[in-house]
Design a protein around this ligand. Structure first.
Ligand SMILES: *Cc1c(COP(=O)(O)O)cnc(C)c1O
Length: 405
């Protein structure tokens, strides 16, 4: 019959419909062609697959479980809520899934050094971890604002042996970190490889990162079947660049009965600059080397963005999310800062799981949706990471609410 969705998307040139592609300076054309070629070669090589399987099982601690959130389900009074526990992946978030694979690819290409941007510091920590494990140098670019906000992750990166370079221009957050990292990469693309932190950037990164993250979805599908004997009715993930969402969506795109929800950060409200709800309020545009939906300011440049989740405040989004929304396969939902904080505390106090503020957006929407559905319906949430990195920030700005019991 039909080839699977994953095999047929993106096309040869990295397009998902009109989104994606590769808009890069001429000096990067050769290194990117090299990366595309290398990925094509190793993607089906038993050696690569075995090495990846080995590190996932014996180093990362995969498979991560799927947990039935019994108390949260009771609290919401509707559909059953399940959590895919990427908070239990080594380093505390899903990002190590693609970092380990990207560094194996870097090794295969004979690179000496990996370079990347980071928002909340999770990608930086994950890449520094993978680089330490495989013995490569690591340089991480991070906005000065995020450096102050995410201090523990900055310390972790340094302890892991990475060099942390502050991005000091503009809003000094994720977008500026990407600019800064690209600038450094362009100067030395021969011995270095850029390891993008999400399903964004020029082809082949949106495809590669999706493929490496799809382990989340394929594990979860099997594990969910074990719990319920059927597929989930709804799958929910937060969307910054969109890698944890594409990771869990991947296994369900070809299952039309499964509704897919990407949750975007509404931040402080719908005014431009107060949120990072790109798919909801953005328009088509090219930034960071790919065509997608982006938030633009009056001059058409990337707009300032805000979210309490440092890993999801990005003014564009992975091209595949723009495509899935356009063809009607995925739904886009919203969650603001306050709702995320409420979900952060609710999950902590009802389930003993402190979620990352990013993941709390997905939990918040799951709680909202669960209340509208009958008890025989199910929701699978991708809990993309743990909240240890956020506890100091939360406790300072949003003191613990009155105990629930
Ligand atoms: C980085 C990060 C995200 C956002 O990245 P995506 O590419 O949108 O998945 C979400 N959750 C956690 C815990 C993160 O560290």
């Amino acid at each position: 019959m039909n080839t699977s969705y994953l095999e047929s998307h993106p096309d040869e040139n990295g397009y998902f419909g009109k989104f994606g592609g590769s808009f890069i300076p001429p000096v990067l054309e050769k290194p990117f062609a090299e990366i595309t070629q290398a990925y094509k070669e190793i993607k089906n090589s038993p050696e690569f697959i075995n090495e990846l399987k080995y590190v996932r099982k014996h180093y990362q601690g995969r498979p991560t479980p799927v947990t039935f959130a019994q108390n949260l389900t009771k609290h919401c009074g509707g559909a059953k809520i399940y959590l895919k526990r990427e908070d239990l992946n080594h380093t505390g978030a899903h990002k190590l899934n693609h970092c380990m694979a990207e560094v194996i690819l870097a090794k295969h290409l004979g690179k000496k050094k990996v370079i990347a941007e980071t928002g909340a510091g999770q990608h930086g920590v994950a890449l520094a971890t993978a680089a330490a494990y495989f013995g490569l140098e690591c340089e991480i670019h991070m906005g000065e604002v995020d450096i102050a906000k995410e201090h523990p992750n900055v310390v972790r990166m340094k302890i892991l042996g990475a060099k942390v370079v502050p991005a000091t221009h503009g809003l000094k957050t994720l977008k500026e970190a990407v600019d800064s990292a690209f600038e450094a990469y362009v100067k030395d693309p021969d011995s270095t490889i850029y390891c993008i932190g999400s399903v964004v950037g020029p082809h082949p990164f949106p495809m590669m990162v999706r493929d490496f993250q799809s382990v989340i979805g394929f594990e979860a599908k099997e594990q969910f079947m074990e719990h319920e004997g059927k597929l989930p009715d709804n799958v929910i993930a937060c969307v910054g660049g969109g890698s944890n969402a594409m990771g869990i969506f991947s296994a369900f795109i070809d299952e039309p009965s499964v509704k897919l929800y990407g949750v975007e950060p509404l931040g402080k409200g719908e005014k431009l600059g107060d949120h990072a709800a790109t798919l909801t309020y953005g328009e088509e545009g090219i930034m960071h080397g790919f065509n997608s939906i982006m938030l633009k300011d009056a001059e058409g440049n990337p707009a300032p963005v805000h979210s309490i989740g440092s890993g999801i405040d990005y003014p564009s989004v992975g091209p595949e999310h723009a495509y899935l929304k356009e063809i009607g396969r995925s739904n886009v939902a919203l969650c603001n800062d306050d709702e995320a904080i409420e979900a952060f505390y609710t999950l902590s106090q009802l389930e003993g799981i402190i979620p990352a503020l990013e993941s709390a957006h997905a939990v918040a929407y799951a709680m909202k949706l669960a209340k509208t559905l009958p008890a025989d319906q199910t929701i699978l949430v991708n809990l993309s990471g743990r909240g240890d990195k956020d506890i100091d920030y939360v406790i300072e700005h949003y003191p613990v609410p009155n105990a629930k019991f």
